[in-house]
Each structure stands twice: as structure tokens, then as C-alpha cells.
Design a protein around this ligand. Structure first.
Ligand code: URA
Length: 198
């Protein structure tokens, strides 16, 4: 983790951060994955979304949230008037875990300095974590997503503190469509917050 912290701190731009991540050998996840999925969307976005990990489609494409979950995510954003391109999107880990398993807490911890630097460089005004793994890692909590979701918390990264919320992961919503009503509530809360930014 200390090496990750040093590498991340040295990066003065998103390009440098991506290059540092590609070179970073502190996690074996890179050995079984095809692409380093760094992130996409606006480099100065007001809203930053943090997902769990690349899946098969993302590993092929080298971009986050391009598969079925990504399509649902795009529709969710659109439903509150947000274009996907205007949002910065990344994950807790940049390499696809074997068989799409959830990254372990140790794996997300290794990459946390890179994720924090990513947030610092984009400097979003609002952060949303998608799903349990991202929420646990970013908020450093053991609380489960069903309790955590929908509540505004404060996230401090570097010099900045910003409002942040956890929402249900689109992949979970694909498996549990009845939970979409909770997601809708959270999306409206997000819209309300974004509307206040002006
Ligand atoms: N699920 C995630 O958490 N992230 C992706 O990029 C794709 C699917």
C-alpha cells in the first residue's frame, strides 16, 4: 500500500495516474486480466461514480460499465437528466478479478491510493459509490449497502470534502428488479443534490 501511495501521489494528471496504475505490480489481479480499466467520462466532472470492478465486457473494451450493468447505469443516469459522458466513471480496482468474483478487501485497499488520487484530480462536487464493495472501501465501513444506501455522507480526499452517497449496484438491480424502487429513490436524492450545484 505504501508503494501504491507513493506512485499515486507522483501522478500530476489523469494520464500520469493511468500510466502509474498500468505499471503498478502490487496486485496479482493484473496477471489474469486483459485490460487496465482506468475510467472514462469527463476529466472535470461534477459527478464521479465508483463501481466495483471491471467485468468481462469491460475487460475486453478497456472501459468501465460498458456491459449490461453499464447499459442499465446509463438509463438510470438518463432518467434524472444526466448524460453518461458528463460523469466520471471508475472502479475500486482497475483489473477484472478472475471469474468476475468480488474483489477482496485487501485488493480494494491496495488500489485505494490510486482511487483517492483519481478523485483528487477530477475534483468532483458529488461522489456516488455503486454497490457494497465500493461503499465499504470508499467509506471504510463494515455497514452493508442496504443500510448505507441513500444517505448523504461526507468524503474527505486530500484537501477536499464532498458529499457522497452509496447506491445499489446496477448488476444487483438486474438480479433483483424489485429493488429498483430503492434505486429510484436514491436517484431522486442525487438529482436533488445535483440541482443545488447550479
Ligand atoms: N460492474 C462494475 O462494478 N464495474 C464495471 O465497470 C462493470 C460492471
Amino acid at each position: 500500500v505504501s508503494e501504491a501511495r507513493a506512485r499515486a501521489a507522483e501522478a500530476g494528471s489523469l494520464d500520469e495516474l493511468e500510466a502509474a496504475l498500468r505499471r503498478f505490480e502490487g496486485s496479482s489481479l493484473r496477471l489474469s486480466a486483459r485490460s487496465c480499466v482506468f475510467g472514462d467520462g469527463a476529466a472535470d466532472a461534477d459527478l464521479m461514480l465508483i463501481g466495483e470492478a471491471p467485468g468481462r465486457d469491460e475487460d475486453m473494451a478497456g472501459r468501465p460499465f460498458v456491459g449490461r450493468s453499464g447499459q442499465l447505469l446509463n438509463r438510470m443516469l438518463k432518467s434524472i437528466g444526466v448524460e453518461r459522458d458528463a460523469v466520471r466513471v471508475t472502479n475500486t480496482v482497475p483489473w477484472r478479478p478472475p471469474g468476475n468474483r468480488t474483489p477482496t478487501p485487501a485488493e480494494t485497499e491496495i488500489f485505494l491510493p490510486f482511487l483517492h488520487r483519481h478523485v483528487e484530480l477530477v475534483a468532483p462536487r458529488v461522489v456516488v459509490c455503486l454497490g457494497n464493495a465500493a461503499a465499504k472501501s470508499v467509506f471504510s465501513t463494515e455497514e452493508g449497502i442496504l443500510r448505507l444506501r441513500g444517505r448523504w455522507l461526507e468524503l474527505s480526499v486530500g484537501e477536499r470534502t464532498m458529499p457522497a452517497m452509496a447506491m445499489l449496484h446496477p448488476a444487483y438491480l438486474l438480479r433483483q428488479p424489485a429493488q429498483k424502487k430503492l434505486a429510484w429513490r436514491d436517484l431522486l436524492a442525487l438529482k436533488g443534490r445535483l440541482d443545488t450545484l447550479g
